[in-house]
Design a protein around this ligand. Sequence first.
Ligand code: ATP
Ligand code: MG
Length: 237
Amino acid sequence: LIATYEKEIKKLERSGDQQQMLEALRGEKKQARLDYIEKHSQAAFDACFDGVSRISSIVGAMREFAHPGESTKAAAGLHQALTATLTICRNEYSSVADVETDFADIPPVVCHIGDLKQVFLNLIVNAAHAIADAVEKRGSRGKIRVRTSTQGDQVRIAIEDTGIGIPRAVRERVFDPFFTTKDVGKGSGQGLAVARNVVVDQHGGSLTFESEEGKGTTFMVSLPIKPPDHAPIAPTG
Ligand SMILES: Nc1ncnc2c1ncn2[C@@H]1O[C@H](COP(=O)(O)OP(=O)(O)OP(=O)(O)O)[C@@H](O)[C@H]1O
Ligand SMILES: [Mg+2]
């Protein structure tokens, strides 16, 4: 619109007459510019604020994710760790899947939180890759659901995807070190082997899965709220 006004103004300037019309057009051009700014400025500011808040949440998540944690086990909130992990690897899933979280009121867990974040990261990235493969076939977006619950003296974290599923023939082998079905550079086959080591050997928990080919997979991490070797914390105050 503004370009059209400019063209008209130039034409009139060249012809050197109709001074009044020229002024009127100049006024309309100014108004058009103001209308344009008025119409679009709110959206531009919203996009800016959105970007800034996205950046600050990524920076916060990176701080949370990269926090070295304690060398001994300490009570930690798993929801914070899961939320930071989901933010960190957003890039892996955002183009193929939506994420849904269903967090129950679980207690803090005595654990090596840094190692558990690596476990969650691998499970979420695996889910994203399985969904990406399914999206190639089906075309529609998938879903990753992260749920937590308390089951007696354990907490359970379930990471569910609507990916391609794990074929029966390889179910026995997915936890083997170096077992991968991914292309070179995309997977090294270490993720689940390390995850099992962290969950089972370090924490006395369990890591299992259920899968249906073509439908999806759910990995379940169960962790004792207080591991058997945990000395009771002295009451304070
Ligand atoms: N959610 C899932 N859906 C379908 N297949 C899966 C899923 N999780 C794991 N797998 C299968 O198990 C294999 C081993 O997984 P693992 O995480 O150990 O290694 P990777 O993802 O291939 O590589 P890495 O994690 O070392 O980058 C995968 O290559 C894939 O075939
Ligand atoms: Mg993996």
